[in-house]
Design a protein around this ligand. Structure first.
Ligand code: ASP
Ligand code: MG
Length: 438
């Protein structure tokens, strides 16, 4: 059994969906389980409609026309998704009447994207003579906690999904991204969460491979928008992929690795628009052959919080106190570095940090600087190559990029550097030249 997950750009238009059905057809002997995202842009549009409903009553003309056009171009009946469109319309009317949008109702609105696309894709398979069935993930037994907008799967999901899928005789076309909590409320796994659904399903059924079909030919040595000469990587370890996914290599959702690592299932990143390209396979096998540095990622939009206190000197419990403030205000911390009397922390939180600063100021001097970016150099070989860290710093020095913070994680496979947002492209290009040539 294999899982084949198709992202929004692989399902954007009728012609893309035809490519998808051909790709799946060619792999029918491997018993695929298909997981789908919403058609490209639909989740963003649903999100916009939900927020607009707070101001005024909104129609769903754009969403309706988009799906009707796809149905028409795929020779599918125009009323295939009418019930879903009506339900979405009523929901938005309801929101505009009560003028209230909770994280729970926002997830409900988002869920229509995948409900619509899964139904359309399954119908197209049937139209082409392949017995297929659209299945909302909750009908398989995917249960999450009630953390709307970023829900976590619960342990009972795995055996339930396995048993449910054993009973499905048709080709399953499963909704990515969305689920339900134990009370039956619709939840989502966080934006781009369809990848995560794919690996949850893959781990549940013990798939031979989890394929993430997207619009790039695998994971690259750097973001091709910054480095036009970036190359696709044939393979990566789970640890490397986790660091890269977290630090902004947009290719797959960071949580995707969790179920796959546990079951040691390879993840393969493939390009729907260039399917003959082997893409990147992510395996549980450590460094392997090749250069120490595998890839360079960047993440913008970070804020640096500097905390200085002489009271830290020889104190125990200072860090606990500090992080307790972040935990209570639900501020996610990315990168940390400390000296004896100071701690630097970065966050990508869009929250107002004023209350955090106020609390920290009770026991330290606090400074906030927005507009920062992390450049992250990743490779299993960094751990055992004493030159890499020196080469990184030397390269940045020569490119006149000022580094505000440096950190090397416990696994020793990444060196992360905090730089000004304006310097991030210069830094990435210089590092790419140094480690991969031009
Ligand atoms: N459709 C959702 C999003 O746009 C989930 C996904 O694409 O994986 O975030
Ligand atoms: Mg995606």
């Amino acid at each position: 059994m294999i899982v084949m997950k198709f992202g929004g750009t692989s399902l954007a238009e009728a012609e893309d969906i035809r490519k998808v059905t051909a790709l799946v057809r060619a792999r029918l002997p491997e018993h695929p389980v298909v997981v789908v995202s919403a058609h490209a842009g639909v989740t963003n549009e649903l999100d916009r409609l939900a927020r607009a409903a707070l101001e005024r009553a909104t129609g769903i003309v754009g969403i309706r026309e988009r799906h009707l056009r796809i149905l028409r171009e795929l020779d599918l009946p125009a009323d295939l998704v009418e019930d879903l469109l009506r339900e979405l319309e009523s929901l938005l009317t309801g929101l505009s009447l009560v003028r209230e949008l909770t994280p729970r109702s926002l997830d409900y609105v988002h869920s229509f994207g995948e409900l619509l696309s899964s139904r359309i894709v399954a119908a197209r398979f049937r139209h082409e003579g392949i017995a297929a069935r659209a299945i909302p993930s909750w009908d398989l037994g995917l249960v999450t906690d009630g953390n709307f907008g970023g829900a976590h799967p619960q342990a009972e999901s795995w055996p339930r999904i396995r048993r449910s899928l054993e009973r499905v005789k048709e080709l399953p076309v499963i909704t990515g991204y969305i689920a339900k909590d134990r009370d039956g409320n619709i939840t989502t796994l966080g934006r781009s969460g369809s990848d995560y659904t794919a690996s949850i399903v893959g781990a549940a059924v013990g798939a031979g491979e989890i394929q993430i079909w997207t619009d790039v030919s695998g994971v690259m040595t750097a973001d091709p928008r910054i480095v036009p000469g970036a190359r696709s990587l044939p393979r990566l370890s789970f640890a490397e992929m986790s660091e890269l996914a977290y630090y902004g290599a947009r290719v797959i959702h960071p949580s995707t690795m969790i179920p796959a690592v546990e079951k040691k299932i390879p993840i393969r990143v493939l390009n729907t628009h260039a399917p003959e390209h082997p893409g990147t396979v992510v395996l549980d096998d450590g460094p392997g052959e090749g250069p120490a540095v595998r890839s360079i990622a960047q993440r913008r939009g970070l804020t640096l919080i500097s905390v200085v206190s002489t009271r830290m000197l020889l104190q125990h419990g200072f860090m606990a106190r500090l992080f307790d403030v972040f935990a209570r205000h639900e501020v996610v911390v990315d990168m940390i570095s400390t000296s004896e009397i100071s701690v630097s922390i970065t966050t990508d939180s869009k929250k107002d940090l004023t209350p955090v600063v106020r609390e920290l100021s009770a026991f330290a001097d606090v400074e906030i600087e927005a507009g920062k970016a992390i450049v992250c150099v990743v490779g299993e070989g960094i751990r055992t190559s004493p030159d890499t860290a020196a080469d990184i710093l030397d390269t940045l020095r020569r490119a006149a990029v000022v580094t505000r913070m440096i950190s090397m994680g416990a696994t020793g496979i990444n060196v992360s550097l905090l730089v000004a947002e304006e310097a991030v492209e210069t830094a990435v290009r210089a590092l790419h030249r140094a480690f991969f040539g031009s």
